[in-house]
Design a protein around this ligand. Structure first.
Ligand code: 58G
Length: 256
């Protein structure tokens, strides 16, 4: 049995990460020793009594930039805490946007180190020398990298072997096949807000699988056509989607 994957997080608010990693699927994976997360306080690696980790930006203008040296000392200490190679990631809006394929790739690595910036970010030379990859969780700006690190830990953590009670649920996820998820229903079958689609209560498992696949295809076409362009549909999928569009025309003759 191989050792549990490990994620170290470096920044100014390690409490964010510690609290987060106690909760939910990630918290349970940690307690079961399937995943190890450790949060590090960057100020512990400052070299003055004020525990300074930032300074003014060259070229002028507002805002502060995180200093090279505290970060470098911290990364050296973090890497020394475990002999396995540490894939080092900086969370920033300048990174490549995270998707499920990247999450899967990261989940296959034994060790990740996540660097969380504050202020205007990190001195570019530190990034060039010490960071393997810059990742963004979406096209918006956060005051710090910590919430982005939590998003990444959650997405990766739930893929760790044994983290989910039902391993089939990860395979069924939205995006595992590049499509959005189908709609889900639970009791009661009849409700003021509507009735559960009859196929789901029919007991016909083939028909149910076909309906779900068709809903995934149809909803992806309606809501995220950009995702459909990235995948090649089989003949069967194409037929299901064509039928979805036809059914839509019959119920909404105005739609085009
Ligand atoms: C511009 C703004 C440059 C990740 C902020 C650098 C981190 C968004 C994301 C920063 C983040 C994201 C300082 C605060 C990085 C630094 C951090 N904002 N979209 N903010 O993944």
């Amino acid at each position: 049995m191989s050792a549990a994957p490990r994620i170290d997080v470096l920044g100014l608010f390690p409490e964010w990460i510690r609290q987060f990693t106690e909760i939910g699927v990630v918290g349970r994976a940690m307690r079961r020793r399937l995943l190890h997360c450790e949060a590090w306080q960057l100020r512990d690696f400052a070299d003055d009594v004020h525990r300074t980790v930032d300074d003014r930006t060259y070229g002028g203008g507002p805002g502060m930039v995180m200093l090279i040296e505290p970060l470098r000392r911290a990364l050296t200490a973090i890497r020394a805490a475990d002999p396995r190679p540490a894939h080092t990631i900086y969370l920033s809006p300048q990174g490549r946007v995270l998707d499920q394929a990247k999450v899967r790739e990261l989940a296959s690595r034994p060790r990740l180190v996540l660097l969380c910036g504050r202020y205007e970010g990190v001195d570019e030379r530190l990034l060039d020398a010490e960071v393997d990859e810059e990742i963004s969780i979406g096209d918006y700006v956060l005051s710090g990298g910590e919430p982005a690190a939590c998003v990444l830990i959650d997405a990766v953590g739930r893929l760790v072997e044994g983290a989910l009670n039902d391993p089939a649920s990860a395979a069924q996820d939205s995006f595992e096949d590049g499509l959005l998820d189908c709609p889900h229903f639970t009791r009661p079958e009849q409700h003021e807000l509507g009735t559960v689609p009859a196929v789901l209560t029919s007991g016909d498992h083939k028909a149910i699988a076909r309906w779900r696949r068709q809903q995934s295809l149809g909803r992806t076409w309606q809501r995220r056509p950009d995702l459909l362009e990235k995948i090649a549909l089989s003949r069967a999928d194409q037929a299901l989607l064509d039928q979805f569009r036809l059914d839509l025309q019959q119920t909404e003759p105005d739609a085009d």
